[in-house]
Design a protein around this ligand. Structure first.
Ligand SMILES: [Zn+2]
Length: 190
């Protein structure tokens, strides 16, 4: 699948919505992303997982790790396609941790999978966990890269889609003039 085909899947499932949105930052955007909408469809999610697995083909990967909650479904799907183990990190007292008896062995080769990367805070913490446990970070894959990052904490970043939304200050927003109703993500209309 190329990026256009993947964007088609995301648009078709409502994971990418076009319109007039106010972000939590207060800025306005012509695009809203809700990746969970594509994960509603296991068959499509499986295709995305296969696509990520194909990118890393030929590299030894023992385990896939995702930060909870957003990355879990895609991460699982990638691990399934690779025949790798799947574990996840989750927040406890605001810090990402391995819980539930999950362990990373020394020199274990690990791929990090996340749904959306914006600033990459969660994935950086996950990379840190792998390194603290003396595992080897093979790379990082995400469905959607909003920061156009090619590298993070010395790790190669692979994205199925690079985001291309337009962001405006409310007072400069041209969407206003086009008469598009302003929608707050979470689909609560203002
Ligand atoms: Zn606006």
């Amino acid at each position: 699948m190329n990026q256009e085909e993947i964007i088609e899947i995301l648009t078709g499932t409502g994971a990418v919505q076009k319109g007039h949105f106010v972000l939590s930052s207060g800025l306005h955007s012509d695009t809203y992303y809700q990746c969970a909408k594509v994960f509603e469809h296991p068959g499509l999610t499986e295709k995305l997982g296969d696509e990520i697995a194909r990118f890393w083909e030929g590299r030894q990967i023992d385990a896939v790790i995702s930060p909870a909650v957003g990355g879990l479904i895609l991460g699982f799907s990638v691990a399934l396609a690779m025949g790798a183990r799947f574990i996840f990190a989750e927040r406890e007292n605001e810090k990402m941790k391995l819980r539930r008896g999950f362990k990373i062995d020394q020199d274990e080769r690990i791929l990090v999978v996340e749904d959306v990367i914006t600033t990459g805070g969660s994935v950086r913490e996950v990379i840190e966990i792998i390194r603290e446990n003396k595992g080897h970070v093979v790379g990082l894959s995400c469905l959607l890269n909003r920061g156009d990052k090619k590298e993070m904490a010395g790790v190669q970043v692979h994205s199925l889609v690079s985001a291309s939304e337009k962001i405006y200050k409310p007072e400069e927003c041209p969407l206003e003039k086009q008469g598009l109703p302003l929608v707050s993500p979470g689909s609560r209309r203002l």
